[in-house]
Design a protein around this ligand. Structure first.
Ligand code: SF4
Ligand code: SF4
Length: 176
């Protein structure tokens, strides 16, 4: 499996293939012969070797580019883990105003994330749940694909999973 990990290349290819990925999304939305759980299982099978093969410590683009939202539990975990009072975490690192607009509790004020050191997370064991789950394909791959496609231009894992899925979609449809 030849994976593309160069971030500039990923950005260019994902932008170029955006319409193709959107067409795949429409196809999958109308393909009700495959149940959501079945599609999730197919995507997990495709994604597992790609996730295993891509070294996130050579990338960290998500930590540089994405908004990271925290729950109160996330902030508590971070506070206990790095021995900074919750109030200080809240005022120094979190923006509650912008987060409230999206119905979230708080999000990191700065991008790149202040806890990024080189390509490594300095609070790895105490990082927010959103960081642990990213990139997340399932459950509900079919109904979250629009958001997933938006991430393809910045995340090599997402781009390569969509690329591999696009290559298999016709075969999946033919087998039905
Ligand atoms: S999850 Fe994606 S964007 Fe984040 S470090 Fe890994 S490959 Fe890069
Ligand atoms: S907390 Fe760690 S994993 Fe999450 S964005 Fe910051 S550096 Fe990345």
């Amino acid at each position: 499996m030849a994976l593309i990990t160069n971030l500039e290349e990923i950005h260019a290819l994902a932008t170029q293939r955006h319409d193709e990925f959107e067409i795949m999304r429409y196809m999958l939305e109308f393909l009700d012969d495959i149940e959501d759980a079945q599609l999730d299982a197919i995507v997990e099978t495709i994604a597992a070797p790609i996730i295993a093969a891509i070294d996130c410590t050579q990338c960290a683009n998500c930590c540089r580019s994405l908004d990271v939202y925290l729950t109160p539990d996330d902030a508590q975990t971070l506070s206990q883990g790095i021995h900074i009072p919750l109030e200080a975490i809240s005022t120094q690192y979190l923006d509650h105003t912008l987060a409230t607009v999206t119905g979230e509790w708080g999000k990191f004020k700065l991008k790149p994330c202040v806890f990024l050191r080189g390509n490594l997370c300095s609070v790895y064991d105490h990082r927010p749940d959103a960081c642990r789950r990213y990139p997340q394909f399932t459950p509900d791959f079919r109904w979250t694909l629009a958001d997933t496609i938006q991430g393809a231009a910045l995340c090599p894992i997402i781009y390569n999973v969509l690329d591999a899925l696009a290559a298999q979609v016709d075969n999946i449809v033919k087998k039905l």
